[in-house]
Design a protein around this ligand. Sequence first.
Ligand SMILES: NC(=O)c1ccc[n+]([C@@H]2O[C@H](COP(=O)([O-])OP(=O)(O)OC[C@H]3O[C@@H](n4cnc5c(N)ncnc54)[C@H](O)[C@@H]3O)[C@@H](O)[C@H]2O)c1
Length: 317
Amino acid sequence: MSDYRILVTGATGQIGSELTVTLREKYGKDNVIAMGHRRKPSKTLEESGPYITGDVRDRENLEKIIREYDIDTVYHMAAILSATGENNPQLCWDVNVNGLYNLLEIAREKRIRIFCPSSIAVFGPSTPKENTPQDTILTPTTMYGITKVVGELLGEYYVQKYGVDVRGVRYPGIISSETPPGGGTTDYAVEMFYYAVKGEKYTCFVREDTVLPMMYMPDCLKATIQLMEADFSRLKHHTNFNVSGMSFSAKELEEEIRKYRPDFECEYKPDFRQKIAETWPRTIDDSCARQEWGWKPDYDLEKMVEDMMKRLSKKLR
Ligand SMILES: NC(=O)c1ccc[n+]([C@@H]2O[C@H](COP(=O)([O-])OP(=O)(O)OC[C@H]3O[C@@H](n4cnc5c(N)ncnc54)[C@H](O)[C@@H]3O)[C@@H](O)[C@H]2O)c1
């Protein structure tokens, strides 16, 4: 079915959990090994193929897993996200930087391919906020953003110096219904749905006029797999592609959700995450991804909200 032998780190996370299942459908369930850490795997994840646990900071164990399962491709989804990272910057650096370094070193020796996600958190207060260019000022103010800049640069170094195949996109805030997000600044855009569907009032932790780039999970999975299937020799960028899905304010999301739940109530009480959000772009220029590997999103705000409401209503019934 497939020549690839894939390891997904962070497989119990918001993205990893759905990515693993999608990769299994595409490449065969026994060819995709899910690696979790602490968080309990869902039944779907555990039953759809091989599941193991491990810490990305433990290089010896990573090496053993890669050898034993004959892995040639790693989707590296394990990380500490922005809000959690601000509460524990040391852990954020350790997992995000040392975990990736371990994998890159293994990749250098064993010639494995790596997908390592970056984030819009690489941008900072001095980055242009509208239509943020591909190649622009990177001055993040969070430890998470700093680790993501390091990740982009380290990955590109291994491409240039050692010819390792490393690729990555700068994900915007990812919206999904399967696994709750793991402590990022854009979590409100998922939480709002859960409260609306449960008929509860939501207190949003950013201001109502906060606009951030977002993407629906099907587009996130499509971008990830499409970039990994692109012809590597044709890529000019490798580890840092801007990818755009949609941009909206928290208020616009509330209003769109209210079309399905007219009684939905939302109030706004910004906390420390407001400050983080203010350092990030509002809209993203993804023309390099479009030109170099044919990126094009399928979902806008309306289409995403319609699908989320349908899925979550079923899930929470
Ligand atoms: N979800 C988003 O909105 C978003 C946006 C931009 C970038 N990203 C990036 O996408 C990737 C996946 O994010 P996600 O949203 O699925 O995150 P998540 O927090 O939901 O999942 C991350 C997973 O990493 C695992 N993990 C933590 N420490 C580990 C360790 N030491 N060893 C092994 N595993 C460990 C956790 O068990 C967790 O399940 C990350 O690199 C993240 O930075 C996500």
